[in-house]
Design a protein around this ligand. Structure first.
Ligand code: CAA
Ligand code: FAD
Length: 379
């Protein structure tokens, strides 16, 4: 692995860092407090190319590599993890899945506006009774000749109300298990498609998470992605890449909390010295630095393997498993280093601690990452 970033990668990193400082930092506490979607910032992210980073420019994307994507995700998540998840879903679940597996017509109609940030998308797999156990989903799409009739409920969908385009996974032949699943492109506003109320969450409160209800929604035949029965493979393959996005989000949260904790430890005095001079505090910072560096290496390894066209099911899961644990450990200790100040919103680290937790849950819980890794290494 070549650890040296190219000029272009360094430029993307700096652009994302500048954007996060000028557009996301102001108002991040208030957006968290009021669960407010960062609409203006997301629009600007689209204009800057951050919503279709890896998509070919001929489909409206920025045509960058996955390493650049990791660098940008880290910078955005360092400041605002809610904006980062909007970015991650649009880039690595919606756009990447469409670019790789959709027909030319589907790409022209749906991918171009998504990759250019004109609209945003959502990825709809989880259901009230089928999260980790994704093949047990109950949503059905019945073949009616020229269209499918879609019925069911999807749960906890990121960008649930703000998206325009939804990738919905449903059973077409439940008796065939995971081989009877298909993925469909569904538009907001189609008859029978309802959006439930916004979830009240522990963290990433700026992102909008909703249930989606489908009652006899007519989905044109041409909106099915790939061959009949390809839906579960589609979801799994897309999630392999998505996990690099969430790993980078976790890395950014950890790095953000670490930087704040280090600064605070150098300034805050107790017992006539800066608290960094107390070994108990210095060792926490040392642990953070080691784990963050290791998490970054795992993210970069998975991203560079993706850029080389390799199988990233194991490396993506490893990156997400380790980076999300690092985000959790680092933010808890960052609050501790801040003492009482760590417990109030003004100092940011309590929000980061709440934001960190979701990275161990979505796009496959940590337990599911261990299943993916252990099955992979057993093969
Ligand atoms: N990559 C490619 N293919 C995979 C795969 C992977 N990582 N994991 C499984 N598969 C394939 C298997 O090879 C198998 O295919 P074949 O039969 O053709 O060989 C098929 O999928 C079924 O595999 P299993 O028998 O292992 O299936 P399972 O039911 O035992 O469990 C699972 C599979 C890995 C647990 C899977 O259900 C899973 O990943 N669950 C987690 C779901 C998830 O991550 N949801 C995230 C929703 S999106 C989201 O959360 C977005 C957000 O928050 C922002
Ligand atoms: P369950 O599957 O019920 O798991 C409960 C517990 O049991 C977990 O600890 C789990 O690890 C453990 N467990 C389950 N099976 C096993 C096993 N075999 N071995 C060991 N332990 C196991 N989904 C989408 O499709 N699209 C989205 O955009 C999206 N965004 C989300 C945003 C937020 C804020 C949240 C909270 C969730 C989102 N999700 C989304 C759903 C998310 O992917 C699921 O919550 C997650 O996959 C876990 O599923 P579950 O909640 O049903 O938990």
């Amino acid at each position: 692995m070549d650890f040296k970033l190219t000029e272009e990668q360094l430029m993307i990193q700096q652009a994302a860092r500048d954007f996060a400082q000028t557009e996301l930092l102001p108002g991040v506490i208030e957006r968290d407090e009021h669960s407010k979607f960062p609409a203006d910032a997301v629009k600007k992210m689209g204009e800057l190319g951050f919503l279709g980073m890896m998509v070919d420019p001929k489909y409206g994307g920025a045509g960058l590599d996955s390493v650049s994507y990791v660098l940008a995700m880290e910078e955005i998540a360092k400041v605002d993890a809610s904006a980062a998840v909007v970015m991650s879903v649009n880039n690595s679940l919606v756009c990447a899945g469409m670019e790789k597996y959709c027909s030319e017509e589907q790409k022209q109609k749906y991918l171009v506006p998504l990759a250019s940030g004109e609209v945003i998308g959502a990825f709809c797999l989880s259901e009230p009774e089928a999260g980790s156990d994704a093949t047990s989903q109950k949503t059905t799409a019945v073949d009616m000749g020229d269209h499918y009739l879609l019925n069911g409920t999807k749960n906890w969908i990121t960008n649930g109300s703000t998206a325009s385009t939804y990738l919905v996974i449903a059973h077409t032949h439940p008796e065939k298990g995971h081989k009877g699943i298909n993925a469909f492109i569904v538009e907001k506003g189609w008859a029978g498609f309802e959006i439930g109320p916004k979830e009240k969450k522990m963290g990433i409160r700026g992102s909008d998470t909703h249930s989606l209800m489908f009652t006899d929604v007519k989905v044109p035949k041409e909106n099915r992605i790939g061959e009949d029965g390809f839906g579960f493979a589609f979801a799994m393959n897309v999630l392999n890449g998505g996990r690099i996005g969430i790993a980078s989000q976790a890395l950014g949260i950890a790095q953000g909390a670490y930087e704040l904790a280090l600064k605070y430890a150098k300034e805050r005095k107790a017992f006539k010295t800066e608290i960094i001079n107390h070994q108990a505090i210095a060792f926490k910072l040392a642990d953070m630095a080691v784990n963050i560096t290791a998490a970054r290496m795992l993210c970069m390894k998975a991203a560079s393997e993706k850029d080389n066209g390799e199988d990233i099911s194991i490396s993506g899961a490893m990156a997400k498993l380790f980076a999300s644990q690092t985000a959790m450990d680092t933010t808890v200790e960052a609050v501790q280093i801040h003492g009482g100040n760590g417990y109030v919103s003004e100092y940011h680290v309590e929000r980061m601690m709440r934001d960190a937790k979701i990275t161990q849950i979505y796009e496959g819980t940590s337990e599911i990452q261990k299943i993916v890794i252990s099955r992979g290494i057993a093969k």
